[in-house]
Write a protein that binds this ligand. Structure first.
Ligand code: ARG
Length: 337
C-alpha cells in the first residue's frame, strides 16, 4: 500500500502542474501517457488526507466502517459486528491479507461518485461502491477503496498494486491481456452527447466528424476509442474525468462527447441542458469488475458474490439507491478545483 500512496502523492503534484493543460488537444497516445502519470488520489479536502485512502461507506443495512477519518460523518453503527463471511475465502490471496484493495474513479455517477452527506461531508457512493462492499463482506475481507483517475485504475490494476478495480469497466480484448474480469453485472450502452443549444449541429453521429468540432472522451476509456473511430477528422480532446467533459460541454468549450449512456442520463438530471444525440454502437457485454490478472481464486469468489447480489435482487436496489443519490447534491469534477 505504501507504494501506491507514494505514487498517488507524487501524482497529486503532477496533476496540479498538468491541470491547465488538460484540455489541450494531443494525439491519443501522448495524452494517455501524460494523464496516466497524473492519475491522482483525489480525496475530498474535508475527507481523508491525500495520503490516506478513502473508505467507502457501508450500505445502510450493514456495519459502518470503524476507521473513518476524524473529519468524516459520525459513525452511526460503529458497534455493529462485521458480517460473517458467506464464502470460504481461505484460498484467496490479496495484496494485504484480510483486505480487498480496490481502485475506482468517482467521476461516473451512478456507478461511482462523491455524494454529499446531510452534514456536508462528501463520501464515495454509487452502485459499484455498494457492490464492492457486498463482495468484500461476502468474502470476509475488509474493503479499502482508493479513488483515482480512470486511466490510473487501469494502470494500478495492471501493475497489481490493487486487487481489483470497479469503475464501470467495459470488457475488451485489449484489457483481457492485462487483467481478468468478473461476470458482467450491468449492461452498458454508449451515447454521443451535446448541449441543447448545439443539438442542431448533430442531426446524426456522422455530423460529429468535422474538423471544426471539438469532441471529447475520457482518457483510457473505450469512449476515447469511439471518438477516434467515429470522428477521425474532429479535434478530439481526451480528459481525465467524465465530470471535466460535462463541465466543458455545459460551458460551451466542447461541442460533443462520447459518454456511457447511464452516466449521461445521470448528469443530465443535474444539467438539464445536456442533450443525448444518439446511441453509439459498441460491441461489449456490459460492465464488469477488473481483477488482478491470474488471481483465479479471487475471480471465483467475486463472481459468487456478484451472482448472489444479482439473484437476490440486492443489486437492483443498489442501482436504484445510486440513481436517487446521484440526483441529490454531488461533487462535480475535481474537488481541489
Ligand atoms: N465503460 C468505459 C470503459 O470501460 C468507461 C468507464 C469509465 N469509468 C469511470 N469510472 N470513469 O472504458
Amino acid at each position: 500500500m505504501k507504494k501506491i500512496l507514494a505514487i498517488a502523492l507524487a501524482a497529486v503534484m503532477a496533476a496540479s502542474l498538468a491541470a491547465c493543460s488538460s484540455s489541450s488537444s494531443a494525439p491519443a497516445a501522448t495524452t494517455a501517457a501524460a494523464a496516466t502519470t497524473a492519475a491522482a488520489t483525489e480525496a475530498p479536502k474535508t475527507e481523508a488526507p491525500a495520503t490516506e485512502a478513502a473508505k467507502t461507506e457501508a450500505p445502510a443495512t450493514e456495519a459502518a466502517k470503524t476507521e473513518a477519518p476524524a473529519t468524516e460523518a459520525p459513525k452511526t453503527e460503529a458497534s455493529a459486528e462485521k458480517p460473517a463471511a458467506k464464502y470460504d475465502s481461505s484460498k484467496i490471496t490479496t495484496i494485504t491479507p484480510g483486505k480487498l484493495t480496490l481502485a475506482t474513479s468517482p467521476d461516473f455517477a451512478p456507478y461511482e461518485f462523491y455524494a454529499i452527506d446531510k452534514d456536508g461531508t462528501p463520501h464515495l457512493a454509487g452502485f459499484d461502491m455498494s457492490l464492492a462492499q457486498y463482495i468484500a463482506d461476502y468474502l470476509g475481507l475488509e474493503l479499502e477503496v482508493i479513488p483515482m483517475d480512470f486511466d490510473g485504475t487501469i494502470m494500478e490494476l495492471t501493475q497489481k498494486n490493487v486487487d481489483m478495480s470497479m469503475a464501470g469497466y467495459s470488457i475488451t480484448e485489449e484489457r483481457k491481456e492485462v487483467m481478468d474480469f468478473s461476470i458482467v453485472y450491468y449492461g452498458g450502452a454508449q451515447s454521443f452527447v451535446t448541449v441543447e443549444s448545439k443539438k442542431d449541429l448533430f442531426p446524426d453521429l456522422a455530423a460529429a466528424n468535422k474538423a471544426d468540432l471539438t469532441i471529447g472522451a475520457q482518457v483510457g476509456s473505450i469512449q476515447a476509442g469511439l471518438a477516434h473511430d467515429n470522428c477521425p477528422d474532429a479535434d478530439i480532446i481526451e480528459m481525465a474525468k467524465v465530470t471535466d467533459l460535462i463541465a466543458e460541454l455545459v460551458t460551451g468549450k466542447m461541442d460533443g462527447a462520447f459518454i456511457e449512456t447511464a452516466v449521461a442520463e445521470s448528469y443530465q438530471k443535474n444539467y438539464p441542458e445536456l442533450h443525448i444525440v444518439c446511441d453509439v454502437p459498441f460491441d461489449s457485454e456490459g460492465s464488469a469488475a477488473g481483477i488482478s490478472k491470474g488471481n483465479e481464486e479471487l475471480v471465483k469468489g467475486v463472481n459468487a458474490a456478484i451472482e448472489e447480489c444479482i439473484s437476490s435482487g440486492q443489486f437492483d436496489q443498489f442501482v436504484e439507491e445510486a440513481k436517487a443519490l446521484a440526483e441529490g447534491e454531488i461533487i462535480e469534477g475535481l474537488i481541489e478545483e
